[in-house]
Ligand binder design. Structure first.
Ligand code: ADP
Ligand code: MG
Length: 249
């Protein structure tokens, strides 16, 4: 049986979708059969990030509403069928039926894949609590800035209520130059205040920004920022890889 690993945050724009897609690619690189589920209803992104947008016909919403089969909606990422995507929808939904069905869908994927990576959207959110409740691990994403710190508080309290001990933090878009000049808060302080164990620290990296425009994952790119996706996947797998907070800006 595989593991459901969900990516969530307290606000948009912090990098949930980029991190979910690249963690999925990293897990695949580690030899796992992976499915990436784009469940941030209304904010489909994974198809663009992984460069398969042209091949998407149906979305997770079509599957949950019963208007298409799972097989029809799944899209292959790369060669073979060991890395699949269930594309997201551009429509936001919030019905009891769909909440019930997402749980069933994720259980089914858990039986068929080694890793089920879910872009769960923001917490609290349309489907996110349903998804987070059944996740084996939750990756909470923050950026070191005042607005993110502020909007993360509510989500962190909610996560402590529903899922203590399974959540870890990825601090994303760190700019060492701005930390040094005092514009960006110290990463160590943000991490400590979150109360979460640290899974990864990703620098702001032009390669990551460019990859989203191009539609390619960055797991094999050698920059300090990009390397952290594979490192984080390895840490999720239990490997002891120290997180280095200082790096080239
Ligand atoms: N570490 C990073 N370095 C540079 N750009 C990043 C980084 N992480 C995310 N981005 C960019 O930030 C934007 C928002 O990321 P996204 O994953 O869509 O956030 P969310 O899913 O939380 O709304 C995207 O344009 C993405 O390319
Ligand atoms: Mg997103």
């Amino acid at each position: 049986m595989g593991e459901i690993i969900s990516v969530t945050a307290g606000k948009g724009g912090v990098g949930k979708s980029v991190i979910a897609a690249n963690l999925a690619a990293a897990m695949h690189t580690l030899g796992k059969r992976v499915i990436l589920v784009d469940a941030d209803a209304g904010n489909a992104a994974a198809d663009q990030i992984l460069g398969v947008r042209d091949r998407v016909v149906y979305s997770i919403l079509d599957v949950l509403e019963g208007s298409c089969t799972i097989m029809k909606a799944l899209v292959r990422v790369g060669e073979g069928d060991t890395f699949l995507l269930l594309p997201g929808s551009q429509v936001r939904v919030e019905s009891a039926l769909i909440k019930d069905r997402i749980a069933k869908l994720l259980r089914l994927f858990r039986d068929k894949f080694d890793a089920v990576i879910v872009d769960a959207g923001n917490c609290p959110g349309a489907l996110s609590e349903e998804i987070l409740m059944m996740s084996y691990r939750i990756v909470f994403v923050m950026t070191p800035d005042a607005l993110c710190v502020r909007s993360s508080g509510k989500a962190l309290r909610r996560l402590r209520d529903i899922k203590p001990d399974t959540t870890s933090l990825i601090l994303n878009q760190i700019r060492i130059d701005l930390v040094k000049s005092g514009v960006m808060p110290m990463p160590e302080k943000v991490i400590q205040d979150s109360g979460l164990p640290l899974l990864g620290a990703i620098l702001y990296d032009d390669e990551i920004l460019a990859s989203v425009q191009k539609g390619v994952h960055v797991v094999n790119v050698k920059s300090v920022g990009c390397r952290e996706f594979l490192n984080s996947a390895r840490r999720l797998e239990g490997e002891d890889i120290p997180v280095v907070l200082k790096g080239k800006p």
